[in-house]
Structures are given as C-alpha cells and as structure tokens.
Design a protein around this ligand. Structure first.
Ligand SMILES: NC(=O)c1ccc[n+]([C@@H]2O[C@H](COP(=O)([O-])OP(=O)(O)OC[C@H]3O[C@@H](n4cnc5c(N)ncnc54)[C@H](OP(=O)(O)O)[C@@H]3O)[C@@H](O)[C@H]2O)c1
Length: 238
C-alpha cells in the first residue's frame, strides 16, 4: 500500500508500541485515528502529528469499533488500515494470579481485538482494499510458565489472524500479525519485582523497533501479504 494520505486507526495509541506506531505512520504520510482510555495523552499526541484525531474509550466497549470507523470517515473520508494493538499482560502462579484480572485481559486482548477486526474487515472488504495488523507476541508462538492466559490470548490472535487472512484472500484485504519479543514499555508496570525478573533482558527492544515492522507490513505491494513478523531483541534466547 502507498501510505501517503491513507488512513490508519490505531488502538492502544496512548503509549508504547501504539504511540510509536502513530509517529511512524505519521512520518509515512498517513492520517490517523487514535484510541485508548487516556484522553490527555491522546490529545497531546494527536496535536504533535500532522493529521490525527482521536476517540478516547475503553477498547472492550462493543460500540468503540463503529465509533472509530465513523470518526475515520467523517474526518478523513476513508479508512485503509487497522492496527489492533491495545493489550495488557496479567501473569501469576496458580496460587496468586488474579482470576478477574485475567478475564478482563481476555476481554481486552481477544474479544476487543476480534470485534475491532470484524468491523474493519467488513468495511475494507466492501471497498476491496485495506490491511489489518494484529499485535500478537512471541508468546503467541511459545509457552511460558505463569503466563498461561496471556500466552493463550496471543495464541488466539495468531489463529484468528491466519483464519481471517485465508478467508479474505483475493478480496484486496490483507491481514497479518507482529510478534514482538521483549519491548521496554509500560506493559510491565504493574508487575512485582519477582515477575519483572522472569522476563529481564539486557537490551530489550524499543517501541520504535516494532513500529517499523508494522509500517513494513502495511507498505507491501498489493500482491504481498506478510502474515507474521517475529521481531526479537538480538540477545533474546527464550
Ligand atoms: N512490550 C512488550 O514486551 C510486548 C511484547 C509482545 C507483545 N506486546 C503487545 O503489544 C501491544 C502494546 O503493548 P505495549 O507494550 O505498547 O504496552 P503499553 O505501553 O502498556 O500500551 C498499552 C496500550 O493499550 C491501551 N489499553 C490498555 N488497556 C486498555 C483498555 N482497557 N481500553 C483501551 N485501551 C487500553 C493503553 O492505553 P490506556 O491505558 O490509555 O487505555 C496503551 O495505549 C499489546 O497488545 C501487547 O500485548 C508487547
């Protein structure tokens, strides 16, 4: 896709990978619709970009995908790409894990991502073009103790991405996922010191490393669909 003047919707845009992706796609000439809960952060980010607007909201709100599509159409007249990025990571042992927090994670990482993808897939299919990037993880391809539900949520994203890619093949709509290894973001901010130690790595990636990967998927010519992109720190061995 030639990204100049095309329109991308980015969930989880208020920090980390979503924020870096907003800057990367802005630099590529895209117009952006941003979403997350933190209205102040979205406001500041949108004001620092060339053509960006935002809708603050809870990503698991079933009405949000439709509102984002309407915002893209009313502000920019079109929608071309969805970056399905919002996510959280709740971990813990069988004894200690907060089951309610786990279930809320599944609503955010899985249910909300599915709702978002279907609303945009329908629109893209009607118009015969578009691309959906889902944020998976290395945890979507590998398993780790104490991360059962997070790994499960990202394995679900992997399977969902591939099924949608197959269903939409030939429609002009592409689907792919990005699988980051450890990236230094706020994702780990509520973890205990012991939990942080489990994923400690000397030189994690920065959010911009993943943003470049997302741009790479979107920039492919229409005869190419990159379905998966694993991006890890060069020194990550597990
Ligand atoms: N960091 C890593 O090592 C890593 C590795 C592999 C995959 N990933 C994936 O990358 C994606 C982005 O994570 P990140 O590392 O950039 O983390 P982050 O800095 O914590 O960003 C998460 C984003 O999601 C939004 N969000 C969280 N809960 C939300 C909710 N209930 N409603 C609306 N928005 C919500 C947050 O915004 P608000 O708080 O403002 O709502 C924020 O913008 C996630 O899907 C994550 O699983 C990250």
């Amino acid at each position: 896709m030639d990204l100049q003047n095309k329109v991308a919707i980015i969930t989880g845009a208020s920090s980390g990978i979503g924020e870096a992706t907003a800057r990367e796609l802005d630099a590529a000439g895209m117009n952006l619709v941003l979403t997350a809960r933190s209205e102040d952060k979205l406001n500041k980010l949108a004001a620092s970009l060339t053509h960006a607007t935002f809708v603050a909201g809870e990503v698991s709100d079933p009405e949000l995908p439709k509102r984002l599509l309407e915002e893209a159409l009313s502000s920019f007249g079109r929608a071309d790409a969805l970056v399905n990025n919002a996510g959280v990571m709740v971990v813990g042992t069988v004894e200690t894990v907060d089951i309610e927090a786990l279930c809320q994670m599944v609503r955010i990482n899985v249910e909300a991502a599915f709702r978002m993808a279907y609303v945009f897939a329908r629109h893209f299919k009607q118009h015969g073009n578009g691309f959906i990037v889902n944020l998976s993880s290395i945890s979507g391809t590998t398993n780790y103790p104490t991360m059962a539900a997070y790994c499960g949520s990202k394995h679900a994203i992997e399977s969902f991405t591939d099924c949608l890619r197959l269903e939409l093949a030939g429609s002009g709509v592409g689907v792919g996922c990005v699988e980051p290894g450890k990236v230094a973001t706020n994702l780990y901010q509520n973890w205990s010191e012991e939990e942080k130690q489990m994923v400690a790595i000397e030189q994690p990636l920065v959010a911009e490393d993943i943003a470049r990967g997302i741009r790479f998927l979107l920039q492919q010519p229409s005869n190419v669909n990159i379905g998966r992109l694993l991006i890890t720190p060069a020194n990550q061995s597990a």
